[in-house]
Design a binder for this molecule. Structure first.
Ligand SMILES: [Zn+2]
Ligand SMILES: [Zn+2]
Length: 269
C-alpha cells in the first residue's frame, strides 16, 4: 500500500470474466482501495465483441480508460466491419490507445499472414487517428519490431505490454523508442531475465501492469488476477531498482499517464 497512486496500465476487465458488471465494479473498488487509482482496460484478446465491452466498462468508471484493437489471436476476423467498430470506439474520449495488436507465433491461433496483415492495418489506423499503440509480441524473433519500424509506428508512442523478451531485445526496443510494461511474472521464482530487465528499462519508459485475469503475481499466484494486485509487482520492481515503493509508484504512474495521453488527469491525482 502506498499513498502515491499506482496505475495498472494493462488489464482486461471483461464482465464475462469477472461475474458481470457487478463483479467488475467490485474489482475496480478493490483496486481503488489498494491505491491503484488509474486503470486501462484492453478491448482486445477476448473476441471482437470485447471492444464494446471494454468501452462500456470505461464509461461507467471515471478512473478506467480503454483501448480498442484486434489481438493477433483474432486476426482472422479482420475486415471492414472490425475497422468500422474500431473507428467508432476510437471516437470515444475514453479511448486512449489502439491495441493490443501484434504477432503471436507461440500459439499461432490465427494464420501468420492474417496476423501480419492485421498488424500493418492497425498501425496505419493508429497513425491516422493519432493514438498510441499497445503491442503484444510473442516468439516472433524480432519481426514485430521490424514491422513497427517499417510502418513508421515510432513516430507515435508504442508500448510493449507484458514484456518477457530478455535484455538483448530490450536494448533494441529502447533504441527504437518503445515503452516497456513489466508484468507480475517478475515476482515469480523462475522469472528468467525479467528481474534484470525490470532494473534496466530507462526510467522514463517503464510501466507496470497485471494483464488481469492471468499472470497473478506472488504471493497470490494461482488465484485470478486483478488490478489491486499490481501493488506486488510494484514492490518487486521498486526493490530491483533500489527505489522505495512511493518512488516507484510516482515514476510508473506518471509514465503510464503520459503514454496514454492522460497528463491532464495527473494534475488532479
Ligand atoms: Zn498480450
Ligand atoms: Zn492483454
Amino acid at each position: 500500500m502506498t499513498d502515491v497512486p499506482l496505475m495498472d496500465t494493462h488489464c482486461h476487465l471483461d464482465p464475462q470474466t469477472y461475474g458481470g458488471d457487478a463483479g467488475v465494479d467490485e474489482v475496480v473498488a478493490r483496486a481503488h482501495a489498494a491505491g491503484v487509482r488509474f486503470l486501462v482496460t484492453i478491448g482486445a484478446g477476448y473476441g471482437v465483441d470485447c471492444i464494446e465491452r471494454a468501452q462500456a466498462v470505461a464509461r461507467r468508471h471515471p478512473r478506467v480508460w480503454f483501448s480498442a484493437g484486434l489481438h493477433p489471436h483474432d486476426a482472422v476476423h479482420w475486415g471492414p466491419e472490425v475497422v468500422a467498430r474500431l473507428r467508432a470506439a476510437a471516437s470515444d474520449p475514453r479511448c486512449v490507445a489502439l491495441g493490443e495488436m501484434g504477432l503471436d507465433f507461440h500459439y499461432d491461433k490465427s494464420p501468420r499472414e492474417a496476423q501480419r496483415a492485421c498488424l500493418v492495418a492497425q498501425i496505419a489506423l493508429a497513425r491516422e487517428l493519432d493514438l498510441p499503440i499497445v503491442i503484444h509480441d510473442r516468439d516472433t524473433d524480432g519481426e514485430t519490431l521490424r514491422t513497427l519500424q517499417d510502418e513508421g509506428a515510432f513516430e507515435g508512442r508504442v508500448l510493449y505490454h507484458c514484456y518477457t523478451g530478455g535484455l538483448v531485445h530490450l536494448a533494441e526496443l529502447v533504441e527504437a523508442g518503445a515503452w516497456i510494461s513489466i508484468p507480475g511474472i517478475v515476482t515469480f521464482k523462475r522469472a528468467g531475465e525479467l528481474p534484470a530487465v525490470a532494473a534496466a528499462v530507462p526510467a522514463d519508459r517503464l510501466l507496470i501492469e497485471t494483464d488481469s485475469p492471468f499472470l497473478t503475481p506472488e504471493p497470490f499466484r494461482g488465484r485470478r488476477n486483478e488490478p489491486a494486485l499490481v501493488v506486488h509487482t510494484a514492490e518487486k520492481v521498486a526493490a530491483l531498482r533500489g527505489l522505495t515503493l512511493p518512488e516507484l509508484a510516482r515514476l510508473t504512474t506518471a509514465n503510464g499517464l503520459r503514454f496514454y495521453g492522460l497528463g491532464a488527469v495527473e494534475a488532479q491525482a
